[in-house]
Design a protein around this ligand. Structure first.
Ligand code: 6PG
Length: 237
């Protein structure tokens, strides 16, 4: 059974600071034991401030491989591109620009399926394991209980025999890591901010909750899942 450890932040700013410090500490811990640290990062709006703060941390970034846990099938100059968001935050300036970013190939390929296959090949080679194991898997939580691009009511959460798949949201194709890869990570961290996430967070923590309604419950790593959440998201429990 998946166990969760909650760190309560007082507000979104405190959440971003705590998250950046926690990730920085984990990266240094990994690099104290292995040559390289492989991290998979979430898109969305919650982590942007975290990434800007993390990007200023003095870490051996040249030994860090960065992958996105999901991406929209758009060009990297599209405002919804997660790669664009990372370039404007984590990689915008300072030490983290030395990290090795393995971006998801999107519109330069024929279609989203081709991008999903290319991502699967890339992460399998990068992590040289099946399923690919990331040292840190940073995830967000949608109001509807999705994480990465594993949306309820779609086929994406059900894909267990491949490491990536195509998903869709708001009319846009997405490429996403699948549940087996999210669960294989050595340390999963969810960042959850805002009163609008209270219900989804309660469901994530409920052992009776079905992953059919809350796909984030499919993330079942061997180690404790760390949840860094602010007061608005954890009010009432
Ligand atoms: C994405 C994310 C997605 C996100 C949640 C929460 O690419 O959008 O991977 O899973 O983490 O939708 O998004 P917010 O942080 O914007 O609430």
């Amino acid at each position: 059974m998946t166990t969760y450890r909650i760190v309560r932040a007082s507000n979104p700013q405190d959440l971003s600071y705590r998250a950046s410090q926690t990730i920085s500490r984990y990266i240094n811990l990994v690099l104290g034991q292995r040559d390289r640290c492989r991290i998979a990062l979430s898109g969305g709006s919650t982590p942007t401030k975290t990434y800007s703060l993390l990007g200023q941390e003095h870490i051996p970034w040249d030994r860090v491989d960065v992958v996105l846990g999901d991406e929209r099938w758009v060009s990297t100059d599209d405002k919804s591109s997660n790669a664009r968001m990372l370039h404007n935050t984590l990689f915008s300036a300072g030490p983290a620009s030395m990290a090795v970013f393995h971006s998801v190939p999107t519109v330069e390929l024929m279609n989203a399926d081709a991008s999903a296959r290319a991502l699967a090949k890339m992460i399998t080679q990068l992590c040289s394991s099946n399923p690919p194991v990331f040292d840190i898997m940073l995830l967000g939580l949608g109001e509807d209980g999705h994480t990465a691009s594993l949306f309820p009511g779609t086929a994406a959460p059900l894909v267990m025999d491949r490491w990536t798949t195509v998903s869709h949201s708001k009319g846009v194709d997405r490429i996403t890591l699948t549940a087996p890869v999210l669960s294989a990570a050595r340390q999963v961290i969810f960042l959850v901010s805002g009163a609008n996430k209270q219900v989804a967070l309660k469901r994530l923590l409920d052992p009776q909750e079905l992953s059919k309604r809350t796909p984030a419950r499919l993330v079942q790593p061997a180690n404790d899942v760390l949840i860094i959440a602010d007061q608005d998201a954890t009010a009432g429990f």
